[in-house]
Design a protein around this ligand. Structure first.
Ligand SMILES: [Zn+2]
Length: 456
């Protein structure tokens, strides 16, 4: 969420504001005094320091990762916050599994005596969905399941009563237009497609890539799904064996092999009455997988609330502390540091400044305020996923979460872009505060990207 730094603490410092019901906010002189603790000098200094060469781009599980965590701990501690990782301490270890999948150069699909050969990387991408050294799929049938969505609130079920256990589902990206127009909901994220497929018992998923439905070109799929991919270390979550993507052309050819037409199937899938279509196309695939376990850590501090009724509720500020680390530049062969000054040294700096403002607020807080600096966001929001699975405070007691993934760097602006508009009861508070500063709140300009679900 990109918000004015000055607005952020005001929302929640307010002893008047009830985050679940308020649609206006009162700014008291005490809040104004605390907010004055937030200065551009402080923010710049943190950004410069954390994104300097000394932090080597803050790649997960590196020595620079440790150095970053230690810096954040000392900053929070110096502000007088209390350690708040589950079980005590400042650090919540986040166990990671890095997987490198070795995929055959070609993949042959068959339908009776007809065959289709697809080229790895050019036509399809596949990676291991499970943390096993060997993944074998033998003669699995491909079933087209439309968007692959089960959404009771929209009275929508793409699977109907069709059993896809042990099968490979071919699925469209994004969510049905009747849900929210072009806006991407969680149903439209690839993560959802794999999770839902696993729930249905499917062996694997092939997502049909189009630039429009993904909001990025095929090259992004190629680069994002190549090399070592990180996940949380397996804790028994349901997983498909194979996560795949195919180009639109390859998908068209797969469907044609069965005598169907991709455009006709996709058109049918826009309707609630759509039923999955078994294509009769068979696929066999052996993946070799190298797994390397490591860990990073979330850094968590808090200021306790004091209201007898509300202190158990948590207001959470979050920002991820990792970036891409160091990589070899393919052109020069030299090791380059990806400094990540905006993404997300700026968000971390904003969070530290907000923590400073809270620490100087001289009235007791009603709710408990947490500052959660999450790990390994760039690898797929892993630190925040782990925090939600193992939270410091139960999820039902989380009153609000404001996440900062990149702060504005244009200088003063009159407008504030709000990701996640309409997703919480804080919209009214934000608008009220913005208008008191003569500013306006604008919705996400690219709702098709689903940014709300792509940053932690
Ligand atoms: Zn980020």
């Amino acid at each position: 969420m990109k918000l004015s730094t000055l607005l952020l603490p005001l929302v929640l410092l307010s002893t008047q504001v009830y985050a679940t019901t308020a649609n206006s906010a009162v700014i008291t002189p005490e809040m104004q005094a605390a907010a004055r603790q937030i200065t551009s000098e402080d923010i710049s200094e943190h950004v410069r320091y954390i994104s300097s060469d000394a932090f080597e781009g803050r790649g997960p599980s590196t020595r620079a990762d440790k150095k970053t965590q230690e810096y954040l701990r000392s900053e929070l501690e110096n502000l007088g916050l209390k350690p708040a990782a589950p079980g005590g301490g400042w650090f919540q270890d986040v166990p990671l599994g890095g997987m490198t999948t070795h995929v055959p150069q070609t993949l042959t699909l068959s339908h009776g005596t007809k065959q289709l050969t697809l080229k790895n990387h050019d036509d399809f991408i596949a990676s291991a969905g499970q943390q096993k050294s060997s993944i074998n799929i033998k003669d699995a049938e491909i079933v087209f399941v439309g968007y692959g969505v089960v959404a009771p609130e929209f009275n929508w079920n793409d699977f109907k009563d069709v059993d896809v256990k042990g099968k490979i589902i071919l699925v469209m990206n994004h969510n049905p237009a009747v849900f929210a127009g072009k806006t991407r909901l969680y149903y439209g994220r690839w993560t959802y497609k794999y999770e839902q497929a696993a729930k249905m018992g499917a062996a694997g998923v092939i997502i049909i890539h189009t630039t429009e439905s993904a909001a990025y070109p095929w090259q992004v799929v190629q680069s994002s799904w190549t090399g070592e991919l990180f996940e949380l270390k397996d804790e028994g979550k349901l997983r498909v064996k194979m996560k795949g993507w195919a180009t639109e052309e390859a998908s068209r050819n797969i469907v044609e092999l069965s005598g169907h037409d991709l455009d006709a199937l996709r058109a049918a899938a826009e309707s609630r009455t759509f039923r999955p279509v078994s294509l009769g196309v068979k696929i066999s695939l052996d993946l070799k997988n190298t797994i390397h376990y490591s860990q990073s850590a979330n850094v968590i501090g808090m200021i306790p609330g004091s209201d007898p009724r509300l202190a158990k509720e948590a207001v959470i500020y979050s920002a991820h502390h990792d970036h891409l680390g160091m990589k070899i530049d393919p052109q020069s062969g030299k090791s380059l540091i990806y400094h990540g000054a905006i993404d997300n040294a700026s968000g971390v700096s904003g969070l530290l400044s907000i923590a400073k403002a809270y620490s100087k607020f001289d009235k007791p807080l009603k709710r408990t305020v947490y500052f959660v600096l999450t790990a390994s966001e760039e690898q797929g929001l892993l630190g925040s996923e782990y925090f939600v699975a193992h939270p410091s405070v139960s999820v039902k007691d989380m009153a609000a979460n404001i996440n900062i993934d990149g702060m504005g760097f244009y200088g003063r602006t009159r407008d504030i872009t709000q990701f996640g508009q309409g997703m919480s009861s804080l919209d009214g508070v934000l608008e009220s505060l913005a208008s008191q500063q003569g500013r306006v709140v604008k919705p996400d300009p690219q709702p098709e990207s689903g940014s709300f679900y792509r940053a932690d």
